[in-house]
Design a protein around this ligand. Sequence first.
Ligand SMILES: Nc1ncnc2c1ncn2[C@@H]1O[C@H](COP(=O)(O)OP(=O)(O)OP(=O)(O)O)[C@@H](O)[C@H]1O
Ligand SMILES: [Mg+2]
Length: 211
Amino acid sequence: MLDLTDVSRRYGRKRVLEGATCQFGRGLTLVIGPSGAGKSTLLRLIATAEAPNGGRIEWNGAALPGARQALRRDLGYAPQAVDLPEDLTAREFALHIAALKGLDPAAADRQFGAITERVGLHADINNRIGSFSGGMRRRLVFAQALLGAPRLLALDEPTAELDGETARNLGALILERAADAVVVMTTHLADELAPHAVAVLRVEAGRVGPA
Ligand SMILES: Nc1ncnc2c1ncn2[C@@H]1O[C@H](COP(=O)(O)OP(=O)(O)OP(=O)(O)O)[C@@H](O)[C@H]1O
Ligand SMILES: [Mg+2]
């Protein structure tokens, strides 16, 4: 269970989140809202990539920053935009992430193979990321987030730029993980996953509330 209480985040004088209070339990929670509303900001706070300026974030009842290491051990995070190491192959990158997460390399390699098979990236895992299209990068970022079957999965627009069939394949993997994990996923569209979500939250005017 992930709890945010009265969380605020400013960039300079710009107040992005202000008094945001919300809870995420097991299952898929979709986060929607207009462009620039603060959806990615919310996910960066959840993923401990940034700290809030105020308020409280708790993971399984323990507050950040004290619980940061515990949260990170449980976390899979797919940022909306990320600089990938262009000279590595997808598989080398995945094994690097697996090492950072402390996962068994052979098990992680098998898991990466299985995930990339499901999202249509498997034929390319031994190619350099520098040769990848936008959609291939998106799927790679998604696949690394799933490594180690994380208890907390933060996905920032994982299906953007993907065709309908590939998006559905990702959706199936997301719902499988949501069976025993807290999954927070931002999306722009009225998402096909909405009927399967335990909640849909909307970020707007600094607040996070029911959609
Ligand atoms: N590092 C930063 N420095 C300054 N301003 C920032 C920074 N990150 C985000 N912002 C601002 O915070 C606001 C929220 O940005 P955020 O990326 O969280 O929105 P979003 O809801 O994810 O938008 P989108 O749907 O376009 O992805 C925007 O006005 C953005 O310009
Ligand atoms: Mg965003």
